[in-house]
Design a protein around this ligand. Sequence first.
Ligand code: AMP
Length: 551
Amino acid sequence: MLDFARAAAAVGATSATLEKTRILGGYFRTLDEDDLRRAAVYMSGRAFPPSQRRTLGLGWSTLSKVVSSVSRRDEAELGEIFRKHSDLGDWAAEALDGSTQPAPFSLQDVDATLEAIRSARGNAKVAPLEAMVRRMDPESARFFIKIVSGEMRIGLSEGLVEAAIAEAFGVPITQVKRVHLVTGDIGETAVRCKRGDFEASSVTLFQPVRFMLASPVETPGEVFERMATGKVWTEEKYDGVRCQMHRQASRVELFSRDLKETTAAFPELTEGAPSIGHDVLFDGEVLAHRDGRVLRFFELQRRLGRKKVDADLRRDVPVVLVIFDLLWLDGRTLLDEPLTARRELLEGLGLEHPYLLARLEEATDPEHLDRIFAETRERGNEGLMVKDPLSPYTPGRRGLAWLKLKRPLATLDVVVTAVEWGHGKRKGVLSDYTFAVKDTQTGRLVNVGKAYTGLTDAEIAEFTRRFLEMTVEDHGHVRLVRPEIVLEVAFDSIQHSGRHLSGYALRFPRIVRIRDDKPVEEIDTLERVAELYDRYFGEKSEVALSEVAET
Ligand code: AMP
């Protein structure tokens, strides 16, 4: 442990990143596999690799109790030392100096202690922590406490730990990153790089793999330019939540986009697993799906983050998994296989409800792609995923092999009815604009949202001047203004809302243009908002089952 502490101190003592990498790389080279695995994790400021989903559950009060008992210092004294450092490790090192009986101990001892602390409950955590601290020299204590508190504070990002692994074992940094993306575990990454075990860019079931991501594009032409291929695959862009499903025999685990385990929230997907008949790792999207129809995201939200799902909720909001990728099948990692091969294997599984396959189409030119896009829009989807059929699955990467084609659903021409003073950078200018459409039944203007993005600073300054002149009521922070300024706004969706008289609210509105050319009489109407709502977001917007290819 002392070697670990010395290396960490040396890394902390220099601000040059190359030097940090060199020192750490040199230290990693001296370690056997077991210690390397531990050291790489600890240097990243963690007690356990995130993929193991273990946490220490150790709070400040236990820590200070132990340091106080070993150092025989009272709370006031410890508080004073802490204020000097504002770092738990440095605080512990000074507080404990001279009051421990240092004896050598290994990283394996550290490992065993961390596990003992983790598995103990409440006050029982004190004993293993105290036993360890009593044996520590101040330098080891400094870094042990840093590991325990989850922060090394030696200017070492995970990226630098990767660079040090590359340096230690003469492996290209891109290779190290790739192994890390697949394993999701810096310790395991270090060991595989030491062994030169790259074949093993292999997936380990039940360790979540980082998700492949898509880059945004706005036009079909851009898709073909960026992808540089003559043929693309399209899939609907489903509006649910991303989900990775690992299944081996009777064991099933699900992971969300941030790699948290979400198995408990979707029991349907676990219960159906025996029907799959193979060991698999799927990438897909969970959708709420009832009576052959996909329900709105709003419904699915009721299922998210649950530890337990009661029968009523399962009946009201049942879920399915729409699968679009297969990363591992019966022991074989498929990351480097082209999408075509992965899809073929996926189709060969003959999946049944609640496992569906993403609807797939092929486009060979921008016009064709535009048609598919228009059709998916008609079905009420916000966009299309476009994928290079020959691409491998690149975990964690937002590259050009997957593109998401999204365009604003529609824009609305609205008039500004009230304005507010901005905050922060926007202090002193009127930057938040409440806007309205026309209710033709009553002839009144009714508010449907508030926008504060899309204008340049110069435009906001000019608007501030105009709105000050146009104010009809000054309520301090908010001013009602004469409804004369027409804006074109884009938005992500429309919701029912009790906040506005109109009964609707646009979500994430942004100003796309100032329509000084448009008279207020010609702005959009409440009927148009209602029509868009019904078409895309209301009950009728539910995507029909036929849109999800049945297998
Ligand atoms: P965004 O959240 O706008 O960055 O879009 C990417 C997300 O779209 C992914 O993380 C998935 O959750 C979701 N998605 C929906 N349908 C698909 C699909 N067919 N392929 C890949 N991702 C999809």
